[in-house]
Design a protein. Structure first.
Lengths: 266, 686
């Protein structure tokens, strides 16, 4: 079943005083099926964060539509959008975004408290998640007392505790050392196996190689996509590397072609 | 060559950090200006030459010490804000290759620039506003205006030197701070994780106890003179209590709330409880400072304004006429009283004739007076102790009352009229020993002796049917005093009158009044004492002449106090605004990140704004609330202290206090709104 449908999304930023227009996304379309683990790859400035913000309903597209489980985001009323985000989406960010005035446990509880859940129910939900993520014994600690890996696992716990339809991860390994990054990716794969749909934005080949499908974004468009099929992580890794080289070469080839065409015209 | 670079760097730094430097320089200029104004006025010849100028000058010198101390604390405090914000920048310099020695050089230039700028600007505005202040002060002291413009070199040197000293110490402190930390810490000091607030229950309890003790003292003291001493203890206890409560008490309270899962994990409480804990930990001391400053402003303004405004009325009642002559005898009887009355009339007539003036608006009565402790409806002998539990009782006759105040009271021998100051006697009967009376009503329009009006004890006047009843009470109390050993009651002739020249004009010059006053004294001692004093050794005598000319001192003094009160209030309010501004900016930087996170985890912009707004509002209105509570508890002790300054008009103090509080609250809200714009600018800056 299709859980997320992005169709013909375009985003143009206009500078405040009506000056230059910057096209961040030109025309993006793709779908995500329930239970998938999708990685979106692209270099800095390719528009991947813009895309994620639009899917997260933090930003609105200039044209095109995003549909989550049959609901069109642009049709949700402004005042309901926060609750919608809270109930249907989970977020994991590069810089964790934990509140430093909350203990680890309270940080995980935050979305539940905002939804008005009762304390016993919250405890009930927390227990298996915390155990699965190996953070049961740091519940009382504060974010500045724990490591980066622990922080990111706390953020994952916060994202999954609401049972969201979709988890959006923005460069989740970006601020982690390689060991913590591997651990986190394993966790992602685990929760994905249990049926959780994940959409992850990254520019790390390693991170992307753990996904079931990889979308490549270049200049605001989906340029290419790779399915894992029966590949191992290593095979996936090298295919991603090849694709990236190809993408670069392709762009290079295109540029050369354009330059030649331009030359002919003159 | 290096010096030039440092100076240029320093200048750019100040310009670049305008947002946090401007209020600091503003604070410095303001403090310099206030200090110069007070110091120059305390040396001002026009003030000194005024007839109570000496004491006002002493008050101003004390005021300048207060401002000096305040300047040290306040500038230290604001400069630490600055340092905190700038550590990252200085760390960057360090990384880019400026040694700590060089950073110290840049800081030195910055300090010199700020010092020079604030001293020059402060002195210039001090000179401008100093003249204004001088005119205001002289007016308030009841004097005329002098349009000369004078510059006090002494005050200028003193000001420049004091602030050079303060800036020097601040500089040394920042350099020590720079040397003590390493580069990395400098670079990341503003990003360091906030430590979890720990509830210090011991400190919280100590704070509450200290506050309670301060409040208890304020409520328990009954003696105006003791009140002045105890007030200082109470103030110190309350200041300590406020700091402890705001720093620890609030965190302790919040962590108790946090431990209650059913309370804590509610949408409305969750975010506010835990972020309030962090806010209070961070801002507790600053908020306590604002609260103390606010309370000081309120206490100063309301008490000095009450003194100043009440002075007119106080002078009128404390000196009902230009001159008052009282001749009081002890252990005497009716015959002696008559003799004394005749003598005193003759004596006054002779003295006034010698001085070629005439009396006008005379008040003359005979009286019996004593101190007594009211127990129910019975009054028993007591001694003056300054406490409010002892009343000064004065008995006069209906004849005297009717004649002097144009009344037609007719009393039976068992009836009396009453008139109270400080107390209102509303019982139906009253008794002095064996003598029992029915209270027939109030003795309206009675004018008390000035001495009684100025007395810090409560006073009760009793109007009796005739002299026999009066003497009856006198002998009754005399007997009781002899047995109990308390001071004996007095039997006195009282004369009060204004003085007019031959042509009927009032004589108002204090010096002339003093001459006449002296004349009455001299005449008495030379020619009259023998007639009723010499042969009767058992009989005591007390002769006094009071003159309204002495009231000038009071007026000038109260004017000076009120002036100082206003000046210090302006300074303290300015300080409160500056602290508030810095708090808002710092809150803004902290909240900016929180804003983003809360939105990302599923709160709408409006919700986030609402929660943060309500917290900021709570935080900033705690000091105002605290000041209000402090003021309410301080009220009785202030009222008591004012009695020592001859003002016993509690309702006047009440009105003035309420007006001051309302005005201050308005000012506070206004400055909150203005400084909160700085907050929103920071938060919305994304």
């Amino acid at each position: 079943m299709t859980i997320l449908e992005v169709s013909n999304v375009k985003k143009i930023y206009t500078t405040r005083f009506g000056g230059a227009k910057v096209q961040a996304l030109s025309n993006v379309s793709f779908t995500v099926e329930e239970g998938e683990f999708v990685a979106i790859m692209g270099e800095s400035g390719s528009g991947k964060t813009t895309l994620l913000n639009i899917i997260a309903s933090l930003d609105k597209p200039t044209s095109g539509e995003v549909t989550l489980k049959g609901m069109t985001l642009s049709r949700i009323r402004e005042k309901d959008i926060a609750a919608f985000r809270r109930e249907h989406l989970g977020f994991v960010f590069q810089d964790f975004n934990l509140m430093d005035n909350f203990s680890v446990m309270d940080n995980i509880f935050l979305p539940l408290v905002l939804s008005g859940k009762k304390y016993p129910e919250m405890r009930e939900r927390l227990k298996p998640i915390a155990e699965g993520l190996g953070i049961s014994d740091i519940m009382k600690k504060y974010p500045y007392e724990i490591s980066g890996g622990q922080k990111q696992r706390t953020a994952v716990a916060r994202a999954v505790i609401t049972n969201p339809e979709l988890i959006l991860a923005d460069e989740p390994t970006g601020a982690l050392d390689s060991k913590s990054a591997d651990e986190l990716l394993d966790i992602f794969r685990q929760i994905n196996k249990s049926g959780q749909t994940i959409l992850m934005v990254t520019h790390s080949n390693k991170a992307a190689s753990k996904a079931g499908r990889v979308l490549f974004i270049k200049d605001g468009e989906v340029f290419h996509q790779l399915y894992r099929g029966t590949c191992t992580d290593e095979e996936m890794f090298s295919r991603i590397s090849d694709t990236l080289t190809m993408v670069d070469a392709g762009i290079e080839a295109k540029r050369v072609r354009e330059a030649e065409n331009g030359g002919e015209r003159q | 060559m290096k010096g030039g670079l440092f100076a240029r760097l320093a200048l750019t730094n100040i310009r670049k950090n305008r947002k946090i430097y401007a209020p600091y320089i503003f604070a410095c200029v303001g403090t310099v200006m206030m200090f110069y104004i007070i110091a120059s006025l305390s040396y001002d010849p026009d003030v000194l030459n005024f007839y109570c100028g000496g004491s006002v000058s002493v008050i101003l010198k004390l005021g300048s010490i207060v401002i000096g101390l305040f300047a040290v604390i306040f500038l230290f405090y604001t400069s630490s804000f600055l340092m905190k914000r700038r550590k990252t920048e200085l760390g960057l310099y360090n990384v880019l290759g400026l040694g700590k020695r060089h950073i110290a050089g840049v800081l030195a230039w910055e300090t010199i620039i700020v010092w020079a700028e604030s001293t020059v600007l402060g002195l210039v505005s001090g000179l401008v506003f100093g003249k204004l202040a001088q005119v205001a002060l002289l007016r308030m002291m009841g004097g005329g205006i002098n349009y000369d413009f004078s510059i006090s070199l002494k005050a200028i040197i003193l000001t420049a030197a004091l602030f050079a000293g303060i800036f020097g110490v601040i500089y040394v402190k920042s350099v020590i701070e720079i040397y003590r930390v390493n580069t990395i810490d400098l670079l990341y000091s503003s990003k360091k994780g906030e430590k979890k607030p720990r509830a210090n229950y011991v400190l919280a309890v100590a704070g509450v106890a200290s506050l309670a003790a301060g409040y208890y003292i304020a409520l328990a003291v009954k003696n105006p003179l003791e009140a002045i001493t105890f007030f200082f203890f109470a103030v110190i206890l309350v200041i300590a209590g406020t700091y402890m409560c705001m720093i620890s008490g609030s965190v302790a309270l919040l962590s108790v709330l946090k431990k209650n899962n059913n309370y804590y994990y509610k949408t409305n409480h969750f975010i506010s409880t835990s972020s309030m804990m962090f806010r209070m930990k961070k801002h507790g001391a600053g908020l306590a400072s604002i609260c103390i400053l606010a309370t000081m402003v309120l206490v100063m303004i309301s008490s000095t304004a009450c003194l100043y405004i009440g002075a007119d009325k106080a002078i009128e009642t404390n000196f009902p006429r230009d001159l008052e002559v009282t001749c009081r005898t002890f252990g005497s009887d009716g015959d002696t009283l008559h003799a004394v009355s005749e003598d005193i009339d003759r004596l006054i007539a002779d003295a006034l004739k010698d001085e070629q003036v005439k009396p006008a608006g005379e008040i003359t009565y005979s009286l019996c007076d004593f101190y007594a402790k009211p127990e129910g409806t019975n009054f028993t002998c007591a001694a003056f102790n300054g406490n409010t539990d002892v009343t000064a009782v004065t008995v006069i006759t209906a004849d005297d009352y009717n004649r002097n105040f144009g009344k037609k009271a007719l009393l039976d021998t068992d009836q009396v009229l009453v008139y109270g100051k400080g107390i209102s006697y509303d019982k139906a009967v009253i008794s002095f020993g064996e003598k029992k009376f029915k209270v027939a009503g109030n003795a309206d329009d009675l004018v008390m002796c000035g001495e009684d009006a100025a007395n810090m004890s409560d006073c009760l006047y009793i109007v009796t049917a005739d002299e026999d009843v009066l003497l009856g009470i006198y002998h009754e109390m005399d007997k009781e005093a002899e047995i109990t050993g308390f001071p004996r009651p007095g039997l006195a002739a009282y004369r009060a009158f204004d003085v007019t020249s031959g042509s009927g004009e009032r004589i108002l010059e204090p010096d002339r009044l003093h001459e006449i006053q002296d004349r009455i004294f001299t005449v008495k001692s030379d020619d009259y004492e023998g007639t009723y004093g010499k042969d009767s050794e058992h009989m005591g005598l007390d002769f006094s002449v009071r003159s309204r000319a002495d009231s000038g001192d009071v007026y000038g003094l109260y004017g000076g106090l009120f002036f100082l009160g206003i000046l210090l209030s302006i300074l303290f309010m300015g300080a409160a605004v500056i602290i508030m501004y810095y708090k808002q900016v710092i809150e803004g930087y902290d909240d900016k990140d929180r804003f983003d996170i809360m939105q990302k985890v599923g709160m709408s912009r409006q919700e986030v704004k609402k929660t943060i707004n309500s917290q900021v509002l709570t935080v900033f209105f705690i000091p105002l609330l605290g000041a209000g509570v402090h003021m309410a508890f301080a009220f009785p002790i202030i009222a008591l202290m004012l009695r020592a300054f001859m003002i016993s008009n509690t309702s006047l103090l009440m009105v003035i206090t309420l007006i001051s509080f309302a005005a201050f609250a308005l000012f506070y809200v206004a400055s909150y709104l203005i400084t909160s714009r700085a907050y929103y600018k920071v938060v919305a800056d994304r």
